[in-house]
Design a protein around this ligand. Sequence first.
Ligand code: TRP
Length: 325
Amino acid sequence: MERVFSGIQPTGVLHLGNYLGAVRNWVAIQSDYECIYCVVDLHAVTQSYDVAAMPGRILELATGLLACGLDATQVRLFVQSSLPQHAELAWVFTCVTSMGELGRQTQFKSKSEQQADNINVGLFAYPVLQAADILLYKASRVPVGEDQEQHLELSREIARRFNARFGATFPEPRTLFTSTPRIRGLDGAAKMSKSLGNHIAVDEDEAVLRRKLASAVTDPARQKRADPGHPEICNIYSLHKFFSDSGSCQEIESACRTAAIGCVDCKKRLGDQLLAHFAPIRERWRTLRERPDEVRDVLRQGQRQCQQLADATMAEVRAKMGLNW
Ligand code: TRP
């Protein structure tokens, strides 16, 4: 079985973008690959954050991932900072990575604009830590959305560079599910994200969900109820494609084009679908939230399992680099 690694940041809420872009794929492949999934808290601290809230966020995210269907008997789920080998390998990798290629990363450029008062070295080296996450376990497959492709390309480059300098050690990790679309925000912005405040949470309260949908951007050409729409450019329609069956999608598509339904109805139907889809997840989430020690046990078990792999890789890395006196 090929080994898969993926990570998700504990930055606040699990939203539709994370769910469609990553988490539902993590669940779908858990019995087809040897999967390691990680709550990447060391990545999250490259942004300003509320220290007191962090432990709760880590646990809440792990709880949500289990509620979405990750099966702790099949996958290893753990917290990045619980294994210091991630930071150690990241240091090694910074020594085979050039300043120039990190400066060209689009995520670094956009984050530098978003947090101009906090352009720290960790933000700059973020993709190096990501490469260490993956390569510490010699994972060959990484299920992420297309926005991570540049980081994956850099991970491959780092693997090649290390191998060329110190001897064959790491595989070149490849993206799994490159077709996963980027989920746009409710405001029509390029990406749904918590920090942009344009998201719908997986466990969104019904009233909030309806309110967010009501103000979400649709086809700008549909100013009035009678204006015919263009579903192919409408973000709400693109969400219908994930949550409504193909019959309903076809019906909505033609009804939108002929202005037989308005955006209000279309959004109401999407809201119904979202609530139905996430009902069992929300139910499991609620149950698990009452048993935080169970979630902690899962994370500790994942930590123990991953530690053995991490130790083996670091012993090999130290030997190959001549650090094994
Ligand atoms: N950068 C990823 C994101 O923002 C999170 C991440 C960190 C990750 N380490 C990883 C993803 C390793 C895949 C593999 O989505």
